[in-house]
Design a protein around this ligand. Structure first.
Ligand code: KIV
Ligand code: ZN
Length: 503
């Protein structure tokens, strides 16, 4: 069996897609989860892009120890210096340098000749190597580059010390056969390539990112770059869960395996979705709500007779929690900790305290507390810690033909403040009241509400995207069995992120 390395770029290529930005503590949480998931490399960010990016690459380098931590850098000394400064304290640091090699990129974007590009690769891979042993070189837009020229670029990178050669299908243009041919061509025409990892990085513009990546594995690639839930530029990157389960389920065909603990897949997907507020489509392979559901009678009949008639994977293989009743309103903190530990969550005393308080409130409202309920509380644990603003109470008067009035009481620092507002509906009134209290001109960009657990007393998760006066967007999430309360909590959560970013 070949061992395929999983290079996760959720926190770099994924995070740079619209609506997916994360703050520092969210990135650290996600990085820790990626480590539990068992990815080999975490691309933590693009250190030169902003002071915040630099800080998060540095913090992730300190937070994880099993995975390699990479920072992206263009082929310039400034980028490479920043990348190295950010990852140098990591147990396993990597610098990932890239330069475009297709004619169209070289002519219109870089304004460089082929000779200049070749020289720059030699110089900058060599410069990166002077700091770090583990160097990845990516030829941006490789799949649209002239293959003989591309081979020379990779040859220069190997000669200058690159240990991984990444082949991106940057614009998602290639077909599986073309990607396979390209990998085979490079294996035959790049001197020294046999001593490096061959990596592939595919975008999903034509819906082929996963197929293209797996075709490269067949052709000899030893590393696949991907993101959780397939988030990323435009149509996204190759989805990690599909790559991993594709290789795992068809290991007979690929003769390969990854180091990923597949039972952590569902949790990683849910965590990302609850951090970014970007919902997972119900029909999404592996992690969608319907991925393991059988609706038609014929299928149900077959599955009852023998699960393998229609099931090629089991939901427990990817860690979908079983929705049986797990705890009740009389369960204590000890039982809660034990249950969470059995589900794989090891929490600090402070986190457990916050979750226990929310659990008690929830257990008063819901008849049964299931694994999914507990998971929702864990994912939203940041809403339990002390933030700039906290919702204390709310009273709503709403209906058709009557004024929609909202009374909101918030704790801001040590003081309690309250406000009443009229609005077009109960949420409009509530958000107006909050805006007045925080004295900020905030625009609600989008709002969505989803049931995150099952049943008539399901928990509703509200997600708001808020635009701050400076044009920056912040995502807020809130959880409650009462959908108005979850919406208000989401709004307050978004405002807290805004306040924290500005302080
Ligand atoms: O899509 C791409 O080409 C990239 C590179 C920087 C690896 O993200
Ligand atoms: Zn990319």
């Amino acid at each position: 069996m070949k061992r395929i390395k999983i290079f996760d770029t959720t926190l770099r290529d994924g995070e740079q897609s619209p609506g997916c930005s994360m703050n520092l503590s969210e990135k650290i949480d996600m990085a820790r989860q990626l480590e539990r998931l068992g990815v080999d490399i975490i691309e933590a960010g693009f250190a030169i892009a902003s002071p915040m990016d630099f800080k998060s690459v540095q913090a992730i380098s300190a937070a994880v120890s099993k995975c390699t931590v990479a920072s992206l850098a263009r082929c310039t000394k400034g980028d490479i210096d920043a990348a190295w400064d950010a990852v140098k304290e990591a147990k396993h640091p990597r610098i990932h340098v890239f330069l475009a090699t297709s004619d169209i990129h070289m002519e219109y974007k870089l304004k460089m000749t082929r000779e200049e590009v070749l020289q720059r690769i030699t110089d900058m891979v060599g410069y990166a190597k002077s700091f770090c042993q583990d160097i990845e070189f990516s030829a941006e837009d490789a799949s649209r580059s002239d293959p003989p020229f591309l081979a020379k670029c990779y040859a220069n990178a190997v000669a200058a010390g690159a240990t991984t050669l990444n082949v991106p299908d940057t614009v998602g243009y290639s077909t599986p056969q073309e990607m396979m041919d390209l990998i085979s061509y490079l294996r035959e025409n790049v001197p020294g390539i046999e001593n490096t990892d061959i990596s592939v990085h595919c975008h999903d513009d034509l819906g082929l990112a996963v197929a293209n990546s797996l075709a490269c594995v067949q052709a000899g690639a030893t590393q696949v770059e991907c993101t959780v839930n397939g988030i990323g530029e435009r149509a996204g990157n190759a989805s990690l869960e599909e790559i991993v389960m594709g290789i795992h389920t068809r290991r007979d065909f690929y003769q390969a395996e990854t180091g990923v603990n597949t039972k952590q897949i569902y949790r990683s997907s849910k965590l990302l979705s609850s951090i970014t507020g970007v919902a997972i489509a119900p029909s999404k392979a592996i992690v969608g709500a319907n991925a393991f559901a059988h609706e038609s009678g014929i299928h149900q009949h077959g599955v009852i007779a023998n699960a393998q008639t229609y099931e090629i994977m089991n939901s427990t293989d990817v860690g979908v929690p079983q929705n049986t009743m797990v705890l009740g309103k009389h369960s204590g903190k000890h039982a809660l900790r034990e249950k969470l530990e059995s589900m794989g969550y090891e929490l600090s005393d402070q986190d457990l305290e916050g979750i226990f308080n929310r659990f008690k409130v929830l257990a008063d409202k819901k008849k049964t507390i299931t694994g999914s309920d507990l998971e929702a509380l864990v994912f939203h644990r940041h809403n339990n810690t002390r933030r700039a603003c906290e919702l204390v109470s709310h009273v709503i008067n709403a209906g058709d033909g009557v004024p929609n009035i909202s009374f909101i009481k918030l704790r801001r620092g040590e003081e309690e403040i309250e406000e009443v507002a009229l609005g077009g509906g109960p949420l409009d009134a509530s958000f107006k009241a909050i805006n007045r209290m925080v004295n900020m001109d905030i625009r609600l960009e989008s709002f969505s509400l989803n049931a995150v657990t099952d049943g008539e007393d399901a928990i509703g998760e509200a997600v708001v995207k808020l635009e701050a006066p400076d044009g920056e967007t912040y995502t807020g999430t809130g959880l409650s069995t009462d959908i108005i309360e979850s919406s208000i909590r989401a709004y307050v959560n978004g405002i807290n992120k805004m306040i924290e970013a500005q302080s």
